[in-house]
Design a protein around this ligand. Structure first.
Ligand code: PNS
Length: 162
């Protein structure tokens, strides 16, 4: 049976931390579906789900076993629809733990046969988040070491239009 995992997130925009996680997670599964959330809690996003998915497609095109998709509604329902038994999440600092723990347990209550697997972030990216990168770019800082070129370019375009 094909081993399918879902890596969900806002990806607003994709960072080098996400890409590192995608590269590592693909080694453990036949297919990793990177799923852009259409209903993020963190409003308002800078990019539409389609724009976020496009950027992800572009930056992951060299990685085998990856598919980019957009989902709405409950993550566990989407995972079930895709035939995935595993949700992959990245953990950075201790501060991520509490909420991730809550979500993993909630998801397990909602759908018992879906497991959440956590991958530790690469130490190089332990401090990195899309929100902080957006702030750096909005305030004129250099974000070349945090996000792929395409994301940086698109962020600058969006911010100029705001
Ligand atoms: O990158 P983020 O913002 O940390 O991703 C959060 C995300 C999208 C994974 C989370 O908000 C989510 O799973 N949303 C889907 C809605 C859902 O299933 N909610 C109940 C989760 S316990």
């Amino acid at each position: 049976m094909e081993k399918i995992a879902i890596y969900p997130g806002s990806f607003d925009p994709v960072t080098f931390g996400h890409i590192d996680l995608i590269e590592r997670a693909t080694k453990a599964f036949d297919l990793l579906v990177v799923a852009v959330a259409n209903n993020p809690r963190k409003a308002p996003p800078l990019f539409t789900p389609q724009e976020r998915a496009e950027m992800l497609k572009e930056v992951t095109k060299g990685i085998k076993g990856v598919e980019i998709d957009i989902f709405s509604g409950l993550l566990v329902d989407y995972a079930q629809k895709r035939g995935a038994k595993v949700i992959v999440k990245g953990l950075r600092a201790l501060s991520d733990f509490e909420f991730e723990f809550q979500m993993a347990l909630m998801n397990r209550r909602l759908q018992q046969d879906i497991e959440t697997f956590f991958l530790m972030t690469h130490e190089k990216y332990a401090f990195l988040s899309s929100s902080l990168v957006k702030e750096v770019v909005e305030l004129g800082g250099d974000a070349t070491q945090f996000v792929p070129k395409i994301a940086l370019k698109k962020m600058k375009e969006k911010i100029k239009k705001k």
